[in-house]
Structures are given as structure tokens and as C-alpha cells.
Write a protein that binds this ligand. Structure first.
Ligand code: PEP
Ligand code: MN
Length: 344
């Protein structure tokens, strides 16, 4: 249920409603907007009728059911957009944020060269996989802790906060110790034990959409993180499986606009995995920003032909620098307004 307080409601009136919501067996999630305060009553309690009766409480102007299965993620509960701070970089604010770096961290030199180059081209965050989810067990699986140490060194050298994937519940602590943001890979989007554990970390999460997940399932995965106590979630559309084989995945651009309509969370696009084709990445990036993405995550390698993973979709250093110039400010200004996408 959503309990809408009047703009003039006093602190005491708000407190009273929160207490009543909790007495009825629900948890109260308070969202203080510019104009009014909304209290979301979330849970599976049976005393819904008593919540409805709160319409009679002082300061309450409306009590309505939350119509979506995802609650805390929904713009019904929090209309103002969430901005997620990752080591001082704000995702979901007015600036487009670009995360760049190699698919896998392969060596100290490869990472450092890439990190310095993407920083010089204007990237805001550094990516690099230490633990790699690979389709084949015979493919490169990542350097693990050694890669985390290289990432830390690259952060010190460039000042770029670091994003890296955590694949299993066992690795959450160690990855959280090194990284500024933890990525949940597409294949792990519905790994509920991992989501529950990540909900309890203090690190922001980059939640990739599963290749076969609907937007509803993606938002429900985010709901696990919010419901478990982590409010700092960024959604990432990275392409879904369709009948098309000319591209690696189908970048579902409309899902970016839809996720922003349904949710207050920031949404970024991954055109590298979304297309799998290097030449398409600049155009797909511009399209994603035009439809409202708050940022991009791009794979970059100093020598893609030697990459141990995802070489065909990696931009080289010059390619990334060229792409960044096509995302210049006048284009960004044309992009969909970030702050006020209207809910359906
Ligand atoms: C990656 O970012 O390199 C990756 C493996 O992504 P995804 O989980 O989207 O396939
Ligand atoms: Mn990759």
C-alpha cells in the first residue's frame, strides 16, 4: 500500500502513520519528495484493511495499493529519481556516466595501459573482470584476487573508481574489499542467494539484465537487493536472446525507457554485450543515451585481437577515444530528459 501524506503533514503525523504501518505487520519505507512524503507499506501481512483505514488519520491524503509486484523499486513508492554514488561518481544525475575497461583483467600492464587511456578519453569508472562467467569451462576464467590487486593499483594511478563482477556468495567479502561497485552478471541475475548476500553489503550494485529475463523479472531481482537493505542499485540492459544471430544479443533499447518509467533506479546500457560487434558500439551507445540511459559500460582492450575474452566486441584505445568524441555535450543535451520521465 502507498500512503500519501499531505504537503502540510507534520513530523508527528508522519511518525504516527509509520508506527501504525509497523503495528499492522508491514515495513514502512519513507520517501520524502520535494512536494510530499510517501510511506510505502511493504510486506505480506494480512491486516490490509487497517492500512486502508489510515485514510482517516491526520495528514493522510490518499491510500492506494501498489499495483506492481516490485514495490521498493517502483516509482509509485519513490517518484524522485535515485542517484547512486560510486566512489564520488554520481550515476543517475544530470551527467552521462561512462564505465570502460577490459572484459577481463589479463595482466598488470594490460589493465594499466587501458585504465590510463580510458581516463584520458573521459571515462568516469574503470571496469575489468577478475572472476569471469564463461560459457565453456576451458575458456579463461579470470585471475581472481591477483586481478583485484591490479584493479586497486589502477584506481590509485587514475583515480577512477572500479567496477568488477562477483560471481559467488563466497567471494562477496573479498570483492567488496577491493571494488567500489559490484557487478551481478547477466547469468546471475536470478541467483537469489547472491542477491540476498549483496543486499547486505555497503557497496553499490550494477545489476545486469539476464539474457532471457523479462523487465519484470529484472526489476524483481533489483527488489531483492532493495528489500534486503541495499538502496544503491544501477540497472544495466546488456541485450537479450532473440532469434537474431547476426548480433551476439539484441540490445533491447525500449527496455531502458520502460525500466526508467517503472523504476526510480538509474539505468545504463552495455552495447558491447548488447551487440557483440565492435563497429556497432558507437551507434548503439548514442541510441541508448537518446532513449534515456544514464550511462554506458564499454569493453576496451589495447589489442582486441589478443584479448582472452570478448575481443570481437572490444574497442581498441583509439576506437574508444573516437567514440567518446561522438557522445559530445550537444548530443547529450538532445537526449531524453533524465529527471522527469513520466510514469505510465
Ligand atoms: C561482462 O561484463 O564481461 C559480462 C560477462 O557481462 P554479462 O554478464 O552481461 O554477460
Ligand atoms: Mn565481456
Amino acid at each position: 500500500m502507498i500512503i500519501v501524506m499531505s504537503g502540510q503533514a507534520t513530523e508527528a503525523e508522519i511518525k504516527h502513520v509509520i508506527e501504525r504501518v509497523e503495528e499492522c505487520g508491514f515495513s514502512a519505507h519513507v520517501s520524502r519528495g520535494v512536494e510530499r512524503t510517501i510511506i510505502g507499506a511493504v510486506g505480506s501481512g494480512e491486516r490490509r484493511e487497517e492500512l486502508k483505514a489510515l485514510l482517516a488519520a491526520p495528514g493522510v491524503v490518499d491510500v492506494t495499493p501498489i499495483t506492481h509486484p516490485f514495490k521498493l523499486v517502483s516509482r509509485q513508492i519513490k517518484h524522485d529519481r535515485t542517484v547512486v554514488d560510486v566512489g564520488g561518481v554520481r550515476i543517475g544525475g544530470h551527467e552521462t556516466v561512462v564505465i570502460a575497461g577490459p572484459c577481463s583483467v589479463e595482466s598488470r600492464e594490460q589493465l594499466m595501459e587501458t585504465a590510463l587511456a580510458v581516463k584520458a578519453s573521459g571515462a568516469h569508472l574503470l571496469r575489468g573482470g577478475a572472476y569471469k562467467p564463461r560459457t565453456s569451462p576451458y575458456d579463461f576464467q579470470g585471475l581472481g584476487i591477483e586481478a583485484l590487486e591490479f584493479l586497486e593499483e589502477a584506481r590509485r594511478a587514475t583515480g577512477l573508481p572500479v567496477v568488477t563482477e562477483v560471481m559467488s556468495t563466497e567471494d562477496v567479502e573479498v570483492v567488496a574489499e577491493y571494488a567500489d561497485m559490484l557487478q551481478v552478471g547477466a547469468r546471475n541475475m536470478q541467483n537469489f542467494s547472491l542477491l540476498r548476500k549483496l543486499a547486505r553489503t555497503r557497496r553499490p550494485i550494477l545489476l545486469k539484465r539476464g539474457p532471457s529475463a523479462t523487465v519484470k523479472e529484472w526489476l524483481l531481482a533489483a527488489e531483492y537487493l532493495l528489500a534486503g537493505g541495499n538502496p544503491d542499485i544501477v540497472l544495466c540492459e546488456r541485450g537479450i536472446k532473440t532469434f537474431e544471430t547476426a548480433t551476439r544479443n539484441t540490445l533491447d533499447l525500449a527496455s531502458i525507457a520502460l525500466a526508467k518509467e517503472l523504476s526510480h533506479l538509474p539505468v545504463i546500457a552495455d552495447p558491447s554485450h548488447g551487440t557483440g560487434v565492435r563497429s556497432l558500439i558507437p551507434a548503439a551507445s548514442r541510441a541508448a543515451l537518446a532513449i534515456g540511459a544514464d550511462g554506458l559500460i564499454i569493453e576496451v582492450h589495447p589489442c582486441p585481437e589478443r584479448a582472452l575474452s570478448d575481443g570481437p566486441q572490444s574497442l581498441d584505445l583509439a576506437g574508444f577515444s573516437g567514440m567518446m568524441r561522438t557522445l559530445c555535450e550537444p548530443f547529450r543535451a538532445m537526449a531524453a530528459p533524465k529527471g522527469d520521465v513520466k510514469a505510465a
